[in-house]
Design a protein around this ligand. Structure first.
Ligand code: MF3
Ligand code: CO
Length: 270
C-alpha cells in the first residue's frame, strides 16, 4: 500500500482526537486562573495536573530537556516562555501553549489570556492574531496549498499593520509532536505543499505590533521581540478532511468567536 506523507490511520486519528480534547480542556480550564498576582509556574502546574488527571501525558516535559507542561509567553515574549515564579501584573497579555499525548498521539494548541484589564492595543493584537489563524484554517481543503494558508495569514496581519514572525512555524503533528511539513505563516497562493485528506498539522501564527525580528534569551528557550513590542499567538491542530477541515483542538468556549468571524466564510463546515 502506498502511504501518503503525513496521512493518519483512523486509529491514529482517534488518539489525536483524545489528545486534542485534553488540550482544549486545559485551555478552557485555565482561563479563570489567569489573574494579577498569579505566577506562571502555578498556571503551569494546574495545566500539568489537568492533563495527567484526564489520562494524558504532557508532551513538552522532557522535550529537549524542557521541564514544564506548557510554554507561557507574556507581553513581548513571542513563544516558548518558561513558566516561573514571576507573577502576572494587571494588564499583562499572555499565550499559554499546551501539548498533550494520548496513546502516543499528540495534540497541540495555544490561546491568549489577559490578567486583569488589557490595553486596547493588546486586545486588538490578540483579536487580529486569532482572526489570522481562522483565515488560515479556512483555506484548508484537499488541493489547496500551504502557500494559500500562509498568504491568508500574512494578508490579514499586514492589513492591520502587524508583522508576522518568520523564525517559528507550525508543523505536522501525530505520533511525534513535530513532523513534516513546516507550516509557514506567510506565503504565496498556489505554492508549497499540496494538502491531502488525512494530513494533520498545526497553524500557530505569531504576530508582532512592531517588527518581525526576534531574539532568544540566555535560557535558550524564551523568544522575545527584538524591539520589545507586544506579540500574540493562537494555535490549533487541524485535520484535512475530504471536503475541508476539522479543527481537532476546537474549544466549546470559542464557538461564539468562530461563529461571528469565520462560520459565514466556511464552504465546507468543520
Ligand atoms: N507548542 C510548541 C511548539 O510547537 C511546543 C514547544 S516544545 C517545548 O513549538 F518543549 F518547548 F514546550
Ligand atoms: Co505547535
Amino acid at each position: 500500500m502506498l502511504m501518503v506523507t503525513n496521512s493518519k490511520t483512523p486509529a491514529m486519528l482517534e488518539g489525536m482526537r483524545a489528545a486534542s480534547a485534553i488540550v482544549s480542556g486545559v485551555l478552557e480550564m485555565i482561563g479563570a486562573h489567569v489573574q494579577p498576582g498569579v505566577s506562571t509556574a502555578h498556571l503551569d502546574k494546574l495545566c500539568h495536573d489537568y492533563i495527567v488527571d484526564h489520562g494524558g501525558v504532557p508532551s513538552c516535559v522532557g522535550y529537549h530537556g524542557y521541564q514544564h507542561a506548557t510554554c507561557i509567553s507574556v507581553n513581548h515574549v513571542v513563544c516558548h516562555g518558561v513558566p516561573g515564579d514571576k507573577r502576572l501584573k494587571d494588564g499583562d497579555s499572555l499565550n499559554i501553549d499546551v501539548v498533550a499525548a494520548y496513546e502516543g498521539m499528540h495534540g497541540d494548541s495555544s490561546a491568549m489570556y489577559f490578567a486583569g484589564t488589557p490595553s486596547i492595543a493588546a486586545r486588538r493584537l490578540a483579536s487580529v492574531t486569532q482572526e489570522s489563524l481562522y483565515l488560515g484554517i479556512l483555506e484548508i481543503k484537499p488541493g489547496a496549498t500551504l502557500g494559500d494558508v500562509g498568504a491568508a495569514i500574512q494578508a490579514h496581519a499586514q492589513k492591520h499593520g502587524y508583522s508576522v514572525v518568520l523564525d517559528f512555524c507550525g508543523h505536522g503533528i501525530g505520533a511525534a509532536m513535530h513532523e513534516e511539513p513546516e507550516v509557514r505563516h506567510v506565503g504565496r497562493r498556489g505554492l508549497g505543499v499540496r494538502l491531502m485528506p488525512g494530513m494533520t498539522f498545526t497553524i500557530e501564527p505569531m504576530l508582532n505590533a512592531g517588527g518581525s525580528d526576534v531574539r532568544v534569551l540566555a535560557d535558550k528557550w524564551t523568544v522575545v521581540t527584538k524591539d520589545r513590542s507586544l506579540s500574540a499567538q493562537w494555535e490549533h491542530t487541524v485535520l484535512v478532511t475530504n471536503t475541508g477541515f476539522e479543527i481537532l483542538t476546537f474549544r466549546p468556549n470559542e464557538t461564539e468567536t468562530w461563529s461571528r468571524f469565520a462560520a459565514a466564510r466556511v464552504t465546507a463546515a468543520p
